[in-house]
Design a protein around this ligand. Sequence first.
Ligand SMILES: Cc1cc2nc3c(=O)[nH]c(=O)nc-3n(C[C@H](O)[C@H](O)[C@H](O)COP(=O)(O)OP(=O)(O)OC[C@H]3O[C@@H](n4cnc5c(N)ncnc54)[C@H](O)[C@@H]3O)c2cc1C
Length: 334
Amino acid sequence: MESVLVLAHTEVDGSLAKPALEALAAASALGAPVTVGLAGAATQAAADQIATCGAVRLLAVTGDAFSAPRYSTDAAAAEALCRAAGCSLIIAAGTSRWARALPGVACRLGGRVDTHTTAIAAEGGVPAITRWFYRQRMEATLTRTQRPWIVLLDPGCVAAWSGAAGKAAVEAVAVEVPATRTTVSGYRAPQSDEQTIRPDAKLLFVAGAGWTKKQADGAIHTAEAEQLIVGFLRRAQASLGSSKSLVDQSGEGQAVLTCLSHMNQVGQTGSPPRHAKGLSTCCHGEEPHVVGCRFINERRAINLDAGCGWARGKADVLYVADAFEVMRHLVAML
Ligand SMILES: Cc1cc2nc3c(=O)[nH]c(=O)nc-3n(C[C@H](O)[C@H](O)[C@H](O)COP(=O)(O)OP(=O)(O)OC[C@H]3O[C@@H](n4cnc5c(N)ncnc54)[C@H](O)[C@@H]3O)c2cc1C
């Protein structure tokens, strides 16, 4: 099996986040010699965090210029680490930061890159990756002959590496900081008053457009809908997903749930989250929406309509019921 480099950038607090530890676990499982390349404002704490991972070398590009996500500096750091390591297979977490910088690095190195990989394994000493195509409708396992081969592993696909911290010896890699045109001035979160997207939650709660539609009494109950949804999320520590119809309503001037933004949309044109369980409410279960629930292991839905899309084999259990009533009971029980 060929040598493997794991590329990881540090977080604001100097640590390695879970996606980086997942990439490390995936690389370690290949049974090949692993080198780790770190980039960040300070890298010793991150190196110490994974001191017992069994890496044959720990390389680091360190400096203030490499603290914030920015193509030019991230690409320069990654390129230097790849050249110093000289490994033919490079694995990195599919964070927004690496997803932006590493395809360019593959080009500079004359190699190839694959993004949105969900698994990597060595079959007969040959690394093979798994990824989905056409919005999670087709799964392929593929290999490449070109090297270096950069593989971006989607977060949440493998168990993160865990082990004791220690004192790591780090080899510094020098990089000439490239001229930058981009200044990072800070972070801006999507407009919703509290964090509702929790990738690590056991349950994904999905809200559909029905929450803002006229109910049996002929009235709309958006305020109560919001109260029930947020109350449930807080108590169950669930993540919030939504149908496209519901998140689009703000642009159409209709009643909206302020706890939602387009970031919450799941489906063909939204995200395909991975949670152990999913509960869809007031949502019809149309195919483009359900595509986003593909990786949810156990799917349940609440809909007034016994003939809705969920009833046609898309949910494991469909409760034909008023979601307002069910959620009122559920929140009271919690
Ligand atoms: C190219 C393309 C891409 C698309 N991509 C996506 C995507 O990524 N994600 C996505 O979500 N959609 C997507 N759509 C839209 C999708 O086809 C559906 O239109 C949308 O998902 C429907 O949303 P909904 O079920 O929330 O709303 P509706 O279809 O309006 O359904 C509302 C449901 O709420 C139920 N209801 C109402 N009141 C209650 C109550 N009190 N209790 C229980 N149930 C109640 C009703 O019975 C109804 O079934 C896409 C469409 C196209 C054409």
